[in-house]
Design a protein around this ligand. Structure first.
Ligand code: ZN
Length: 275
């Protein structure tokens, strides 16, 4: 097994855990060529986001939203799962992962082979579009072809509602079912692994705190710590850091998960999850 103390700790925790939740953010997808939109220099620091209300209210805003989306299409279309995604998929196949909660909209966890029902997308999915009123699904390639001819994406052919990527826009409410499932899975988990997330985008970033408190209680990671203390933000942050596989140890998925996944002898992941 690895000499890296963080990796060894992760291995031990995985071996002991019965119900693992993996939480992923933009960092796991950058190696696949998907930019981190919110990082310094990212797209949202270069152009003002279009809020959901504007999208609903203005034809111009809808055109501009779609124009921006189609500019990104070659990037999204070309993106393939990387080592980080594959390592998570390997853990899923070992049967310990109850759910993968992701802030990413690129669909790469599913593309890596993880069954879609195991993936909880907090910010939706940009690889297809839906009608905001009736939910009818539309494919990006079809919409793009129409947009390139006419300069607009037409309304839903079923109900004339607005068609939009299946993502959660700025100012749009979080998907209720996904949030509920994510919360349930997080509370039920005895190990919560954070990969490639700086944990700054709320409400999604609240989950590690949730897990921290529960997992501490279950695992007695720090028996000296009074649970009541964990209700204070400072202590919660502390807990989230310890339980969330300490993001300092696993700052990016691609570096360290890869180390875990390689291991020695057989696949590292298999070694890790043997109990
Ligand atoms: Zn419709």
């Amino acid at each position: 097994m690895s000499d890296n103390p963080g990796t060894a700790a992760l291995a031990r925790m995985l071996a002991e855990a019965k119900r693992v939740v993996v939480f992923t953010g933009a960092g796991i997808s950058t190696e696949s060529g998907i930019p981190d939109f919110r990082s310094p220099g990212g797209i949202w620091t270069q152009m003002a986001p279009i809020y959901f209300d504007e999208f609903l209210a203005s034809e111009e805003a809808r055109r501009e939203t779609w124009r921006r989306r189609f500019v990104m299409e070659d990037t999204f279309k070309a993106a393939e799962p990387n080592r980080g995604h594959r390592a998570v998929d390997a853990l899923v196949r070992r049967g310990k992962i109850a759910a993968v909660i992701t802030q990413n909209i690129d669909g790469l966890h599913q593309a890596s082979g993880i069954p879609p029902e195991k993936v909880i997308e907090l910010h939706g999915n940009t690889t297809y579009a839906t009608c905001l009123d009736c939910g009818q699904r539309y494919e990006i390639a079809d919409l793009r072809a129409i947009f390139e001819k006419t300069g607009a994406v037409p309304p839903c052919s079923e109900c004339l509602g607005h068609v939009k990527t299946a993502t959660v826009s700025f100012g749009q409410s979080m998907p209720v079912l996904a949030m509920q499932r994510a919360e349930q899975e997080t509370r039920a988990a005895d190990l919560f692994i954070v990969l490639g997330s700086s944990l700054v985008v709320y409400p999604a970033a609240g989950f590690p705190q949730l897990a921290g408190e529960e997992a501490l209680r279950d695992h007695r990671m720090d028996p000296a710590h009074d649970i009541d203390d964990l209700r204070h933000p400072e202590a919660r942050r502390d807990a989230a850091e310890r339980i969330g596989i300490v993001r300092r140890e696993l700052r990016t998925a691609r570096q360290k998960v890869d180390r875990v996944a390689r291991g020695k002898g057989h696949s590292g992941v298999e070694i890790l999850v043997e109990t």
